[in-house]
Design a protein around this ligand. Structure first.
Ligand code: B12
Length: 184
């Protein structure tokens, strides 16, 4: 192998370009390392934005990279509120309005699996919410069902929930995640 060639682990040409990040308030990093390793092991290319990412930087990096998937992780208990703010900013960008975007971790301070919390995150524009428990298995299934990089999302299937006031992207469909990954 040419030593100057970029090293991409087990990434395959058909693998997805994924942005992994947390949000402005959260300084935890091992969750991000875990997600990066998991996605790379699945053959995807990961840009890990690291901890305490300001909203403006998160949005500008996603606009620059134009990823196939954005994965937000938060464990400090502010994830729900940070997540609502960030998804509004991402979905407000026309080029990110259809990008599959999920959130997961410990999103509140009263344990995981609050169905109201998951519902409102989905309604705000997330395509999947993965809170602890079986979340990693469900997340793997979700990622595995996404179309390969460069292929358009399928036109048949489940429409993505949208935030009030956010236009429904044309023919926008995604794989239905299961259990904690909920697309209701
Ligand atoms: C290490 C640690 C820290 C370190 C972080 C160092 C670092 N470089 O990361 C330090 C000391 C800095 C820290 C600070 C704080 N921490 Co802290 N910290 C922890 C601790 C002990 C371990 C976290 C860890 O690294 N786990 C290892 C990783 C691999 O696991 P994980 O983060 O849980 O992620 C897993 C899942 O959640 C899931 N996951 C996560 N994200 C996503 C996303 C998707 C899409 C999917 C599918 C899955 C997924 O996958 C991972 C693997 O299973 C936890 C307690 C615990 N045992 O979890 C508390 C904990 C996360 N911290 C907590 C708190 C409150 C804080 C502070 C607010 C404390 C304070 N008052 O200052 C600050 C936060 C500061 C901030 N601005 O964010 C709370 C959060 C409470 C909550 N959510 O209910 C916890 C849970 C401790 C507790 N029981 O109260 N912390």
């Amino acid at each position: 192998m040419n030593q100057l060639e970029p090293q991409r682990g087990k990434a395959e040409p058909a693998g997805l370009d994924v942005v992994v990040t947390t949000m402005a308030s959260d300084s935890h990093t091992w969750n991000l390392v875990f997600l990066q390793l998991l996605l790379e092991e699945l053959g995807h290319r990961v840009t890990n934005l690291g901890a305490c990412v300001p909203d403006e930087l998160l949005v500008s990096e996603c606009r620059r990279i134009r990823p196939d998937l954005v994965v937000l992780s938060s464990v400090n208990g502010h994830g729900y509120h940070d997540g609502l703010r960030v998804i509004a900013a991402l979905r407000a960008c026309p080029e990110l309005a259809r990008t599959p975007t999920v959130i997961g971790g410990k999103l509140g301070i009263a344990g995981s699996g609050d169905p109201d919390r998951q519902r409102s995150l989905l309604a705000a524009g997330y395509d999947g919410v993965f809170e602890e428990g079986r979340s990693v298995a469900d997340f793997r299934s979700f990622v595995g069902a996404l179309p390969p990089a460069g292929r358009p999302l399928p036109t048949a299937g489940r429409p993505v929930p949208t935030a009030a006031g956010r236009p429904l992207p044309a023919a926008r469909t995604l794989p239905a995640a299961t259990a904690s990954g909920v697309l209701l």
